[in-house]
Structure formats: structure tokens, C-alpha cells
Design a protein around this ligand. Structure first.
Ligand code: PSU
Ligand code: MN
Length: 307
């Protein structure tokens, strides 16, 4: 494959890809904008360990000094985590600017998918994807993550989309754009902090092997878009009935009062919810990311074994 001249693949990641060994991509906006320092860096390193323990190579993705990086060193993860929200949250529209200016960028689900695909990585684990925001019928706030899922052939493993979003509209958008929403050992779309949303997924699978089969079937069919695996937060960390819905409502109201919009919205809501739940939402967030990393790693491994 011709490698993009703006892309640096870490040597260890390159070697694994060349040998057909499994690799899982990880995003960096969750580090810079999704969690406070130092828990963000601790979590990023812990998630990488979860993947390594499965015998799979993690590749955390970011933009550093205008270079697209597939695979960060510990120091680079520390750098992005410490700089936090001072790093540009980089969506599709931002990356050419960051490359042209030699700047840093934290990659969202959108840009992580793009860079993973450029590097030849097919599986990606995160916490929650962006989606259609509540009130989108007037704000038109629909995350670029959904559009990217529609076009880029990467399998994204997440814990669903947060209830800060309109989950029903998010599913409608994904259906329109041909993105299958898979429930991992569930028929119900999980809602990030919660295992329940009252909405159905498109298909249920009960093993990582089935995820690999589905990914390979899409590839064999020549379908261009991605697929979304939704993996419920482990029962013991789930926040159903702990006032999480109230915290989300309060956060949404405050965002409206403060006229928060555009790319600020998601980080603002996440931080507010963390504050309002006394940090409990952060613990849940950390656990669900690890849980997703494990499923992504096993799926990547199953896929590598079939090829
Ligand atoms: N969901 C989380 N934590 C996050 C994000 C989403 O639980 O940090 C980040 C991801 O990087 C996602 C981005 O791609 O927010 C979506 O932002 P927006 O809604 O502005 O598209
Ligand atoms: Mn948005």
C-alpha cells in the first residue's frame, strides 16, 4: 500500500502490520479533552496494556508537529495528556490546517478512523462516539463521527453513545448512511454510562469471531463504510439509577445557558457530568474504555487468524 507522506507509523506498529499481526487503534481526544490530567494519561497507558495483554499491538493516534502519528510513545501520550485542551481537537476539517502549520492535534473518532485507515489498521476502540445532539433539528449539531462511519472501512468498538445525545436520531442517521450497529452480547443499544437505552441494535453478536466474520464479509462485498460495535459497560460500573440522567439534564441546561456550541459542546458536557457525579462518571468512563479495548483486540486477533 502506498503510504501517505504525512503519516508516521511507529516502527513496532509497522512491523506488526507488515507481518499481518493484529493492531488496534486508539483515539487521543479522549485523552486531551475527554478526561482530566493525570487520569487521562494513566487511562491511555492502561488501555494500551489491556490490548497488549491480548497479544495485540495498540496504536494510539494523534497529530504531533503536523505529522499524522499511528502509534505514540509513552512520552508522546504524556505530552498530549498534559497539554490537554490546549491541543486542537482535530476533526476532518482541521487536519490539513494542522499539517500545513506543523501543529498538534488530538484525533477524534473521525480523524482516528481516517488515520487508522491510511495506516492499514481496521479495528479501533474508544469510549463513546459522537452522534446527533439533542435539539439537532434546530442546531444541526451532528458529529462528523457519523459521516466518517458512513465512509471509512474501520470497525469501531464503543459503549454506545451518551445520553447527552439524541440516541434515536443517531440510529436513524446511521441507518440512512448504511452503517450497521452491532450489539455485543446485547439486543439493546447501550448508552455509555448505562447499559440501557430502550432502543434496539441492528444485529446482535455473541463473540469476537462473529465481529471478525462480519468485518470480512463487508470487505468481501466491497462495502466502503465502517461498522459500529456497541459493547455495554460492565454491570458493576454501570450508572443506571444513580442520578446520571439528572446530571446529563443539568449539564445540557448549563451548556444552553452559556451558549456553548460547535466542537466545545461534547468536552463541556463530559466535564460537567463528571463534576455533577462527583467523579463517578470518570471511573465508569475508564472502565468502559478498557472493556471496549479488550473486545476490539480479540476481534482484531480473530480477523488476523482468518486472513
Ligand atoms: N465521547 C466520549 N468521550 C470523548 C468523546 C466522545 O465519551 O472524549 C470525543 C471523541 O473524540 C468523539 C468526539 O469523536 O468527542 C465527538 O465530538 P463532537 O461531538 O464534537 O463531534
Ligand atoms: Mn458537534
Amino acid at each position: 500500500m502506498e503510504v501517505n507522506s504525512c503519516l508516521d507509523i511507529a516502527p513496532e506498529v509497522k512491523e506488526a502490520l507488515d507481518q499481518g499481526r493484529p493492531v488496534v487503534a486508539l483515539e487521543s481526544t479522549i485523552i486531551s479533552h475527554g478526561m482530566p490530567y493525570p487520569q487521562n494519561v494513566e487511562t491511555a497507558l492502561m488501555v494500551e496494556d489491556v490490548i497488549r495483554k491480548e497479544g495485540v499491538l495498540p496504536a494510539t493516534i494523534a497529530i504531533i508537529g503536523g505529522r499524522l502519528k499511528a502509534g505514540l510513545s509513552k512520552d508522546e501520550i504524556e505530552y498530549v495528556g498534559k497539554k490537554g485542551t490546549a491541543v486542537t481537537k482535530a476533526s476532518r476539517r482541521d487536519i490539513a490546517y494542522l499539517v500545513a502549520k506543523g501543529m498538534d492535534g488530538a484525533t477524534t473518532v473521525t480523524t482516528t478512523m481516517m488515520i487508522a485507515h491510511m495506516a492499514g489498521i481496521s479495528f479501533f476502540a474508544t469510549g463513546g462516539i459522537g452522534g446527533v445532539h439533542r435539539g439537532a433539528e434546530t442546531t444541526m449539531d451532528i458529529s462528523a463521527d457519523l459521516r466518517e462511519l458512513a465512509s471509512t472501512p474501520v470497525c469501531v468498538v464503543c459503549a454506545g453513545a451518551k445520553a447527552i445525545l439524541d440516541l434515536r436520531l443517531t440510529l436513524e442517521y446511521l441507518e440512512t448512511h448504511g452503517v450497521p450497529v452491532i450489539g455485543f452480547r446485547t439486543d439493546e443499544l447501550p448508552a455509555f454510562y448505562s447499559r440501557h437505552s430502550g432502543l434496539s441494535v441492528d444485529f446482535r453478536v455473541d463473540s469476537e469471531e462473529e465481529i471478525a466474520d462480519l468485518f470480512l464479509a463487508r470487505k468481501a462485498l466491497g462495502l466502503s463504510g465502517g461498522m459500529l460495535v456497541t459493547n455495554p459497560i460492565p454491570e458493576e460500573y454501570a450508572m443506571d439509577g444513580t442520578g446520571i440522567d439528572q446530571a446529563i439534564e443539568d449539564a445540557l441546561r448549563e451548556a444552553e445557558e452559556k451558549n456553548i456550541h460547535g466542537k466545545e459542546t461534547t468536552p463541556f458536557l463530559l466535564e460537567k457530568v463528571r463534576e455533577l457525579t462527583g467523579g463517578e462518571s470518570l471511573d465508569a468512563n475508564i472502565q468502559l474504555v478498557c472493556n471496549n479495548a479488550r473486545v476490539a483486540a480479540r476481534s482484531a486477533k480473530a480477523c488476523a487468524e482468518k486472513r
